[in-house]
Design a protein. Structure first.
Length: 81
């Protein structure tokens, strides 16, 4: 356990950040999995918004978010045709 006050605070703040990131990532995985199970043009904007939200919070990198959205859009187009 940390003895220095700033180290104790760092442990608390990193625990909060880890918990938030875990919540956001879990929600993101669920949304993506749901869209992949039945890809449709109606669910794509909501899924993309959730991906953008995770990138805005810094949970995933912006290029990772772009890659996810691109692959989902590609899968949606393939399912439609």
């Amino acid at each position: 356990m940390a003895n220095i006050k700033s180290a104790e605070k760092r442990i608390r703040t990193s625990a909060k950040k880890t918990a938030r990131n875990r919540r956001v990532k879990t929600k993101l995985r669920h949304v993506i999995k749901k869209h992949r199970s039945s890809p449709s043009a109606e669910t794509l904007p909501g899924t993309a918004a959730e991906i953008d939200r995770a990138a805005a919070k810094g949970v995933i990198h912006k290029n990772t978010a772009a890659r996810y959205k691109s692959r989902l859009a590609k899968a949606t187009r393939a399912a439609k045709s």
